[in-house]
Design a binder for this molecule. Structure first.
Ligand code: ADP
Ligand code: ADP
Length: 220
């Protein structure tokens, strides 16, 4: 079954100006349960716009965003925010961890926001950190971790609330090639073990080829 389905998604910036910028024209894209899809796009093709729309942070001018069978277009900001918290996980090129909190705390906090008990949240954080090989770093703050370790913690945080879909924008793009490769392997095992669906934007064609399917956006 489909976790994400974009149907005819269209987006133009500056519609009411003399120089509108059409970015997405009738994008159709589906990500199934447990499927890992690469999004490959040259700079300026609309990759960030597409991820923002799929992540319910922006709305298309036309077309539908269907998440777990539910059409999210036209729903209130409140409902979309709730769906974002419950069903989506995000990873970016930079980790965006809270600097004053430890690795474990960074994974615990988003869970507490959904009403999970402190104990359950701590157990989940410990389990996730174990899966990415960072049990020994649980009490370290982000600044005490290497770039690859910071990204692995960011993956754990994205999965803290057991989302149905992971949206990632160049998740290893800030790392040197060797680290990027290793950290990408960790991300793939984590995604596979949890049966998560994922849409992962990357410029790295070798990484893209290791996913289940590649979707290309072009600039025209
Ligand atoms: P990518 O992530 O593929 O580089 P983006 O989705 O960020 O592409 O942007 C696609 C195009 O839309 C680019 O030409 C960009 O300049 C333009 N664009 C992005 N955001 C805006 C905006 N808020 N207003 C006007 N143009 C924008
Ligand atoms: P990498 O080889 O991945 O680039 P670094 O050279 O930055 O990593 O760090 C190597 C190891 O030292 C990592 O395990 C990292 O967690 C640890 N480390 C780096 N800086 C600190 C620090 N300020 N305090 C504690 N541990 C640190």
């Amino acid at each position: 079954s489909e976790v994400l389905h974009l149907q005819g998604v269209t987006k133009t910036y500056g519609k009411d100006t003399t120089s509108p910028v059409p970015v997405l024209r009738g994008i159709d894209l589906a990500v199934g349960r447990g499927e890992v899809v690469a999004l490959v796009a040259p700079s300026g093709a609309g990759k960030s716009t597409l991820l923002h729309i799929a992540g319910l942070l922006d709305t298309p001018d036309a077309g539908q965003v269907v998440l777990n069978g539910r059409d999210m277009t036209g729903l209130s900001d409140k409902v979309r925010t709730e769906a974002r918290r419950a069903e989506l996980g995000f990873v970016y090129q930079f980790h965006h961890l809270l600097p004053e909190f430890s690795a474990a705390e960074n994974i615990v906090l988003p869970q507490l926001a959904t009403g999970v008990s402190q104990r359950e949240a701590a157990e989940r954080a410990a389990d996730l950190l174990g899966r990415v090989g960072l049990s020994h770093r649980a009490d370290h703050r982000p600044a005490e971790l290497s770039g690859g370790e910071q990204q692995r913690v960011a993956f754990c945080r994205a999965l803290a609330n057991s989302p149905a879909l992971l949206l990632a924008d160049e998740p290893t793009g800030n790392l040197d090639p060797a680290t990027s490769d290793r950290v990408f392997d960790v991300l793939m095992s984590l995604v596979r073990e949890t049966g998560l669906a994922a849409l992962i934007a990357t410029h790295n064609l070798e990484l893209a080829e290791r996913m289940d399917r590649v979707i290309r956006l072009s600039v025209d």
